[in-house]
Write a protein that binds this ligand. Structure first.
Ligand SMILES: [Zn+2]
Length: 390
């Protein structure tokens, strides 16, 4: 079996090439929200994949929200029946400073917006796939790359399309996404449930305030039990924010006729989102009934958690390869939501594994370590070899 050193020998002379590609991708301001320059970024990824012989094509998506030319770049190497997915996203969170779009390469790092999350991850995956092919690791397998454009705002447009259009084959052996796990293996991720609670009252001018129904007062009454529930869930390991957004009213001298607040939750994989929604809805409705308030609840986001058992053969194989390359392998739950869910829902073992570090991912000093980026490429290539040989 091919070892780590052979893959590293393939990658080492390509270090500058990888750094240059990452620099080019960082320079494209694909901030999401709002979803700028997605078409241009897709074309740059397409060009890089073409040069590497990864047979790319661009799937143009129907206009959605404010996304500019939403699209998916796909590619593949190998033509055997065994299938492995490499999945990534080329949108980035908004920059703290415009200078983040000019990458800096120093001290073995590449610094810039998206270096960790996850344009650096994309570079690792492209070179990992190319290495697997050049080194004869594909056997009777095939790596399919899916690079999407709207992960930072829920990924419903692109990853949602992959699933709707049946572009994800449930028979795949596994999926890996290059999210910034810092070399750990994320085999599970939280689910998300977001609500917007609208409270309706009756407007009246301050001079006739007694004729109005104050939606703000009603909102205060309703928000309290929701906040209590949020505390209970937090004690059990989930994370909730009540009132991340709130507002209403039309003027300081008018009894507010409307008010709203949001509830956003990230739930541990063992929590059932349907049950959570029932609990939150009941808390709101009961509190509203106590004071005769009129409320409506809108579910603005609902993403199930994702989980692949660490004892699954696809997980142990990945852990072996990671241990070979990194010296150790550790499974962890990702604190956020991951695109692994689109695959694990279909029964595909799915993992987050990438070179970037989560603690810098969305911040002003985002960077990726170049050696870590190459180690990830090596892991991806060797993982393909291991899965296809099994
Ligand atoms: Zn990401």
């Amino acid at each position: 079996m091919l070892t780590r050193s052979a893959v590293e020998a393939w990658l080492a002379p390509r270090a500058d090439e990888m750094a240059e590609l990452l620099t080019r991708l960082i320079a494209i301001d694909s901030e999401n929200p709002p979803g700028r320059e997605l078409g241009r970024c897709a074309r740059a990824v397409h060009e890089a994949m073409d040069v590497l012989g990864l047979g790319p094509d661009i799937v143009e998506l129907a206009p959605a929200r404010e996304l500019e030319e939403p699209s998916i770049v796909r590619g593949s190497v190998g033509d055997g029946p065994k299938l492995l997915y490499f999945h990534g996203h080329f949108d980035v969170v908004p920059a703290q400073d415009r200078r983040q779009f000019t990458a800096e390469r120093r001290d073995g790092k590449i610094i810039g917006r998206g270096s960790a999350d996850m344009k650096g991850g994309i570079v690792s995956m492209l070179y990992g796939a190319a290495a697997a092919r050049d080194l004869g690791l594909l056997g009777d397998g095939r790596i399919v790359l899916h690079l999407v454009c709207d992960e930072e705002t829920g990924s419903v447009t692109a990853a949602g399309h992959l699933r709707e259009a049946k572009l994800i084959d449930p028979r795949a052996l596994a999926m890996v996404t290059a999210e910034p796990s810092g070399g750990k293996i994320w085999n599970s991720a939280r689910g998300a449930l977001s609500l917007r609670v609208e409270v309706r009252g009756l407007e009246a001018h301050v001079g006739q305030a007694d004729r109005g129904v104050n939606a703000f007062q009603h909102m205060l009454h309703i928000a309290r039990p929701v906040e209590n529930y949020a505390r209970e869930m937090t004690a059990k390991g989930s994370r909730l924010v009540v009132g991340g957004l709130f507002g209403g009213g039309s003027n300081f001298n008018v009894v507010p006729g409307s008010a709203f607040f949001t509830v956003d939750g990230r739930y541990d994989p063992d929590e059932d989102l349907d049950r959570e929604l029932d609990h939150l809805t009941a808390a709101v409705k009961e509190a509203a009934a106590e004071i005769g308030a009129k409320v409506s609840i809108e579910v603005t986001q609902r993403q199930p958690p994702a989980h692949t058992d660490a004892s699954h053969s696809a997980a142990t194989a990945l852990a072996e390869v990671v241990a070979e390359v990194e010296g150790e392998a550790r499974f962890e739950m990702c604190a956020g939501i991951l695109e692994t869910r689109w695959y694990s829902q279909l029964g595909i073992p799915a993992f987050g594994y990438g070179a970037g570090r989560l603690e810098v991912a969305h911040g002003p000093d985002e960077y990726v370590d170049e050696a870590a980026m190459r180690r990830c490429s090596a892991v991806y290539a060797l993982y393909a070899g291991r899965m296809f040989a099994a």
